[in-house]
Design a protein around this ligand. Structure first.
Ligand code: JS2
Length: 236
């Protein structure tokens, strides 16, 4: 039997395969029926990406077959990034049905809030434990989201938006996925403007604003990359 609780992170989500397959059908039949996707192939490619492999040695190559199957174009002006505002961003794209966060794309939708890993010397999904970021940065979940985020940003075009949290001290955090991966993956030939929305929780003390130093850092990065920057606070 497998070594118990080998890793710090929670184990693979129970019924991982079934959830992946079910979410794929929900997305391609109900949310975006215009997509023609073979969900059985998606399920297999997802499982094959990590099964029978060292869970700390994930590479982008492992996910290439899955990403090919999940290839999807988001229309220009419809991309929404977020950082520490996941819930709000998803409420926004739920109301603004034509807008897309990463989790409104097929692969982001399928993997949202799931965890998964295997084991080098077993062909089973590991439901006991999976490596956390502390165990290793090249775990399959982290590599997946970094890669998916990079692709999502590289494919964006027109005016893109980001929802940032003004109730924390660095609304723009250069170590977050948005600051570390997405901002640097925007293509200046395709993206002309990044519109930031700084949102403060009602009843909480605002800790960051459009004129704060973290948003200034973002503005600087974008101006060096020839992308226009605009910022608004608490727009309703
Ligand atoms: C584990 C997950 C999940 O713009 C957004 C998205 O496009 C995203 O991929 O990157 C941005 C959010 O990441 P950031 O800036 O680091 O904000 P955060 O609030 O610290 O979110 C951490 C989660 C990033 C990757 N990720 N990881 N499980 O279900 C999941 N979903 C996402 N997007």
């Amino acid at each position: 039997s497998p070594k118990h609780q080998q890793w710090d992170g929670k184990g693979s989500t129970a019924n991982f395969r079934e959830i992946v397959l079910g979410r794929c059908y929900t997305y391609t039949q109900l949310v975006h029926p215009e997509l023609s996707t073979d969900c059985r192939k998606i399920e297999k490619a997802f499982i094959n990406a990590f099964i029978s492999k060292d869970p700390c040695s994930a590479t982008e190559e492992d996910y290439v077959p899955l990403l090919k199957l999940g290839d999807q174009t988001v229309p220009c002006d419809k991309t929404v990034f977020w950082s520490k505002t996941k819930e709000l961003a998803h409420q926004y794209t739920w109301v603004q049905r034509e807008m897309f966060t990463l989790e409104n794309t097929l692969l982001g939708y399928i993997a949202d809030d799931l965890s998964w890993c295997g084991d080098a010397d077993s062909s089973e999904i590991n439901h006991e434990s999976c490596p956390s970021r502390r165990n290793c940065s090249s775990n399959f979940v982290s590599v997946f989201w970094n890669l998916l985020s990079k692709r999502f940003a590289e494919n964006a075009c027109g005016m893109v938006q980001v929802l940032l949290n003004g109730s924390i001290s660095n609304a723009f955090d250069k170590n977050s996925t948005f600051g570390r991966v997405e901002v640097h993956s925007l293509q200046p030939t395709k993206v002309h403007t990044l519109q930031a929305w700084v949102v403060q929780d009602i009843g909480k003390t605002p800790r960051d604003t459009c004129s704060g130093s973290s948003l200034n850092d973002l503005k600087l990065i974008l101006s060096r990359r020839n992308i226009k920057f605009t910022c608004q606070e608490n727009y309703r």
